[in-house]
Design a protein around this ligand. Structure first.
Ligand SMILES: [Zn+2]
Length: 260
């Protein structure tokens, strides 16, 4: 009885949301960080060591979902980096590789080599170029779409919505040679209409932040990780996911797309 009560919700249905962490930028924070999207490189290293100490390996969402569908996701945690900052390649990738981890980076094909213009108050941060995206993929990282221009999809009309989803997917396929499996909802904003459009655009999964009752394969919840997340805070977040991580409305399917 006890074991049953302690089993995370959804375990028996196979619909429990897997644990996935959400990062953004990995850089020196002295330039300012009003949106709390930046983790110092050294802190990322410590967080990856914390995962290893607890028997966890960080992997891309694609690897996580494929392992999950085979019933082999124990010990895996999804690592995601939103917005496609240039520092993903220079700061995050070397540390991920050092710790034997992979990750998914969600990039903006409409802003290649641009900056985070959607954050009016933050320091300008450079975004990955097409060459950088190819380099990240060559380093074993998964590349997914974050839309064209980092727009709140729920505010767009059907034509603009479709453009953000399908055009960004096609551009990424041109850049990498492989259609991306994954999408990440900008600002975590979604509703039933944008979810339907995400599925229709061909994505096999999509990441959200806290989708509540809309949680499903195309609105996977993630745990925010920031610079303040030291060992006790990571413990608390892991526990919170185990106790309160939601169930998904659908069983997770195996991603079928590219090889990374
Ligand atoms: Zn974003």
């Amino acid at each position: 009885m006890t074991a049953d009560l302690l089993a995370p919700r959804g375990t028996r249905t196979g619909r429990r949301a897997p644990w996935a962490l959400m990062y953004h930028s990995v850089a020196d924070r002295r330039a300012g960080d009003p949106y709390l999207v930046t983790v110092d490189p050294e802190r990322l290293g410590r967080q990856l060591r914390w995962l290893a100490r607890h028997g966890l390996t960080g992997v891309s969402m694609r690897e996580l979902l494929a392992a999950r569908a085979r019933g082999r996701a124990a010990g895996l945690v999804g690592l995601t980096f939103d917005d496609g900052y240039a520092d993903f390649l220079t700061e995050a990738v070397p540390r991920l590789r050092h710790h034997g981890c992979t990750a998914t980076v969600f990039v903006l094909p409409g802003l290649l080599g641009g900056t985070n213009s959607w954050d009016p108050d933050g320091p300008r941060k450079a975004l990955l170029t097409a060459d950088d995206i190819r380099a990240a993929r060559s380093a074993g990282m998964e590349v997914g779409s974050h839309g064209m221009l980092h727009r709140d999809l729920t505010t767009l009309d059907d034509v603009e919505l479709d453009l953000e989803l399908t055009r960004s997917r096609a551009l990424l396929a041109e850049i990498t040679g492989v259609e991306p499996d994954g999408f990440c909802h900008p600002f975590g904003a979604l509703d039933r209409r944008t979810l339907r459009a995400t599925r229709r655009a061909g994505y096999r999964y999509a990441c959200a932040v806290d989708p509540g009752p809309l949680a499903c394969t195309h609105a996977l919840p993630r745990t925010y990780v920031g610079h303040a997340d030291n060992s006790p805070r990571l413990h608390a977040k892991r526990l919170r996911h185990r106790m309160r991580g939601g169930d998904l409305a659908d069983p997770i399917a195996v991603p079928q797309g590219g090889d990374a």
